[in-house]
Design a protein around this ligand. Sequence first.
Ligand SMILES: [Fe+2]
Ligand SMILES: [Fe+2]
Length: 369
Amino acid sequence: MEFDILFETIMTDQWPEIDAQYLKAIEANDLATARKLVNDAAGVVITSSGIDRDGAHSPSDPDNGAPAYDLTLGGTYPKDVYSFEGSRYYSTGEDAMDRTAYSILMSLKDHPNNPVKIYRATEKTATGGIKPGEWVTIVRAYAVDHGRNTLKNDYRIFSKTVAARDIYTSGDSWLEWGYHPQKFFPPIIRRDFTTKEIMPLSKRYGHFNNPVNESIGDIGVIEKIQMDIARDCPCSRSYDHGIKHWQRVERNGLKIAEKNGADEDVIRLFAYLHDCKRENEYTDPLHGPRAAAYARKIRDTLPINDEQFKKLLKALTYHTSENYNDDPTVAACFDADRLDLGRVGITPDPDLLNTDEGKRIATEMMNHE
Ligand SMILES: [Fe+2]
Ligand SMILES: [Fe+2]
């Protein structure tokens, strides 16, 4: 059964306007506007992690500050912060540290997913590293100063590599940041695999407009679980690994099950779970094991027995690292996912599939190329 998930959706008649604004922003190289449009369409919500109120003042957060990839957001810094004289206009008086901070910030501009190293000086006995909501700095020497002076030399320094979207400044000093980790931001530009043209946002995210299926009131237990997974999953709107892909995996899997007797419930849960813990769209080899860990977490809600659950875990854990499995259900899961490689421009290779039906469908696809 096919249905769509109730998100806060953009109405169908809004897409032409959104597409026009987006393509115009790309053309004008206005990446800040394009980023906002992409995030809104993808349903990215920026969240604050709560605040460490120990210090004399509280660290900045997304509600009252700007992220390291755009200091001007919300008017936190004026636009000329990125001008030739920006470093001088907003200097903190610490020349060497300002130079380091400023060059880091210039390299992060418009790149929310770029890595940045953060530091925090704490009492020597502290454990646990840097936690969300805490004060951090992007200049190690600044943390050292804090340790020597405020902590009276009884200190240690924690460090961590995060993304530019994870730290926020109030605009008082680019040496001081609040740490508020965010989910991965979708890329600003995606190109169509065949035409190589920039995809309008309606094509990437417009399918979330489809009205929710009328019969939603009396759907089965598995459908309800599938909807919960989608609601819980940051990438469910993704073009490559989101719900449209999951629905195709489910369909492929059920087709294979008709022939090889694979367990349909396991397939249907696999389809919705296997990519739900992806952290990015490119390389994320551990998303399979992460999906299995999530399945364990929601084990109580899954209407399958232990034998079935074992198969589900096996399929989730190994769906990216292994090609073959002797169990017909696990094999059907692997094949169902691989048969959908067409969406990323790859024709599935029949030799890499497990089941006769999978091989047959893949061969048919090859002949239709
Ligand atoms: Fe996957
Ligand atoms: Fe997948």
